[in-house]
Structure formats: structure tokens, C-alpha cells
Design a protein around this ligand. Structure first.
Ligand SMILES: Cc1cc2nc3c(=O)[nH]c(=O)nc-3n(C[C@H](O)[C@H](O)[C@H](O)COP(=O)(O)O)c2cc1C
Length: 168
């Protein structure tokens, strides 16, 4: 069936749905850190513990997925620069989006970025075609929250901000 809207309208309307923001990180074949900003990350199943996200045309994902592991870094509302940095090419001739970042290793040895509020280590369970994206299902192997006090980042109508919820 032909849709009665174009991709701009699709983006505009779906932009009304706020999402959290993670940076999915991993290591490439040379053990170099790789990462990409993702807004479609979601909790999927408790038993077994699954999370998921949708990845489109991506240069980083093939490198990450070869390692069969990834780490979802949950961004705080103080990390706007990181959010855009991992959604664009490295700036000003930098070799990598990780240049100048003092990242730590998770329990699986994957990059945890400075200042994130939580990180979720996963093993790739399945990758399923989903239109022009792929659905990546991850089995959670390790969970971590940090002592960062900032609130979570929210992506809404093409911009990032924070949550305002009483009591959190
Ligand atoms: C807030 C935000 C959320 C995003 N969410 C996704 C997403 O869920 N899936 C996706 O494929 N790209 C998403 N992107 C776009 C990618 O980050 C962007 O296309 C990036 O350049 C891909 O880099 P890569 O080619 O190294 O994978 C998002 C970008 C931003 C800023």
C-alpha cells in the first residue's frame, strides 16, 4: 500500500515521541573503540534479559558487530557535545570520535564513556532486517550505574534536553 505521506512528514510526526539517548560502543578488529549515537534503544525482555535498538546505514555497526559485543552508554542531559560527536564524522581532522576522551573499560572490556549515567553490556543475540534499518537484539551480560547525578538526556523534535519529573 502506498503511504500518503513523505519521509519528511514521517520524521516530523515521529519526532513528537521523546526518546532516551545512548551511545552504542564496541571494539573493532584492531581493538580500537567505535561508537554511534542511538535514540531507538529500548528494554525488550526480562527473562532472558534482552535490549534492542534499530541501526540504519552505518559505518560503525559492521565494526562493532564483528566483535559480537556492544555496550549501551546512557547519556545524561549534560552530554550534548558527545551526543552530536557520535552522530557525525570526527571533527577537525580527528582520527576517531574517541579522540581526547578518557574512556574506561566495562566488565566485557568495552568502552564506557566519561559522564554517562549507566552502561549496559550486551552480546549480540540476533540482527533482523527491518525496512531500511536492522533490529539488533542484545542479551544483557552486565549492568552498571554510575555516581553521576545529572538526569537522563531526551531527544525530542530534533533537539536534546533533559527530563523534568518530580521526585526523580
Ligand atoms: C539523538 C540521535 C539519535 C539517533 N538514533 C539513531 C538510531 O536509533 N539508529 C540509527 O541508525 N541512527 C541513529 N542516529 C543517527 C546516527 O547517530 C548517525 O547516522 C551516525 O552518523 C551514524 O554513524 P556511523 O555511520 O558511524 O554508524 C541518531 C542520531 C542522533 C543525534
Amino acid at each position: 500500500m502506498t503511504a500518503n505521506f513523505d519521509s519528511a512528514r514521517f520524521r516530523h510526526v515521529l519526532g513528537h515521541l521523546p526518546t532516551g539517548v545512548v551511545i552504542v560502543t564496541g571494539l573493532d578488529a584492531q581493538a580500537q573503540p567505535v561508537g554511534v549515537t542511538i535514540g531507538s534503544f529500548v528494554s525488550v525482555s526480562l527473562e532472558p534479559p534482552y535490549v534492542g535498538f534499530f541501526i540504519g546505514k552505518s559505518r560503525s555497526w559492521p565494526d562493532i558487530s564483528k566483535g559480537t559485543l556492544f555496550c549501551a552508554n546512557v547519556l545524561s542531559d549534560a552530554q550534548t557535545e558527545l551526543c552530536w560527536r557520535f552522530a557525525k564524522d570526527p571533527v577537525d581532522g580527528a582520527a576517531s570520535r574517541f579522540d581526547g576522551l578518557d574512556w574506561q573499560k566495562s566488565s566485557s572490556g568495552l568502552p564506557i564513556l566519561p559522564g554517562v549515567i549507566a552502561s549496559i553490556d550486551c552480546a549480540v543475540e540476533s540482527v533482523t532486517p527491518a525496512g531500511d534499518h536492522q533490529l539488533v537484539l542484545g542479551r544483557v551480560t552486565s549492568l552498571n550505574t554510575t555516581d553521576v547525578k545529572a538526569g537522563a538526556m531526551v531527544f525530542y523534535k530534533g533537539k536534546v534536553g533533559g527530563v523534568a519529573i518530580h521526585g526523580v
